[in-house]
Design a protein around this ligand. Structure first.
Ligand code: ZN
Length: 233
């Protein structure tokens, strides 16, 4: 089974459309989404509908909670709070309900899918220490767990010095972000994983960043949100 895994779309329609086109060329069997469909970007409504149509499974992120339920809204950065309030008004009640009814963790095809971390998924941990990374492996039962949240792609194994994904080991894989990459590469990111061979590829897709930046200004969202897309940080 070939899976495409997307995360952190953040209401960036141009990036999501480019990624869905790239996924169509990859001949995958199913698409999973790790949450934060909304927040930061200008086109929450169109992105929720596209994700709902194309994904076999979707988990909830902290921005989905902030937009759909106002949960954790005050903990977001200032520009993120403005965008979350904008997105909340933009979404129809059925779309807010869709986001609010996603699970925090999903298991399918021998993989775990969660937004931030399998350890306390609702605490939105940042996996920024080796100790916290190690601890995650006790909190999922499958060989592979996919995460997003940091917007920085990474592969971490339960064995030291193993960086290539292969059967017989366990992995925590961050697929990066579709709509707001932060690893210095402005191209949209997603992962493709073969559950039989364990082949994993991170795919980068260029998209019309200027068009998204123009939409951000059109919707009167903070310019910082447009500028960071160009830098990929
Ligand atoms: Zn995010």
């Amino acid at each position: 089974m070939r899976l495409a895994v997307i995360s952190d779309v953040h209401a960036n329609l141009q990036a999501l459309e480019a990624v869905l086109e790239a996924i169509a060329r990859q001949a995958v069997d199913a698409i999973y989404c790790l949450g934060d469909v909304v927040g930061y970007g200008p086109d929450a409504d169109a992105c929720v509908d596209l994700v709902q149509t194309h994904c076999a499974g979707v988990v909830r992120g902290n921005h989905d909670d902030a937009v759909a339920l106002r949960h954790g809204l005050s903990e977001l950065p200032a520009d993120g709070q403005i965008a979350a309030r904008h997105n909340r008004v933009q979404l129809a009640p059925r779309q807010r309900h869709y986001l609010a009814s996603r699970p925090y963790v999903l298991t399918a095809h021998g993989c775990t899918f969660v937004h931030a971390s399998p350890l306390q998924p609702e605490a939105w941990h940042r996996l920024d220490s080796a100790m916290l990374l190690r601890a995650q492996f006790q909190h999922f039962d499958t060989a592979v767990c996919f995460v997003g949240h940091s917007h920085v792609p990474a592969v971490v194994s339960d064995a030291l010095g193993v960086y290539e994904v292969r059967p017989g080991r366990r992995y925590l894989i961050n697929v990066g972000s579709v709509g707001q990459p932060r690893d210095g590469d402005p191209r949209a990111a997603f992962g493709v994983f073969d559950t039989d061979t364990f082949r994993y590829d991170l795919v980068r897709v260029p998209y019309d960043v200027e068009a998204t930046a123009a939409r951000i200004r059109e919707e009167n969202l903070p310019d910082t949100l447009a500028e960071r897309l160009k830098r990929g940080r």
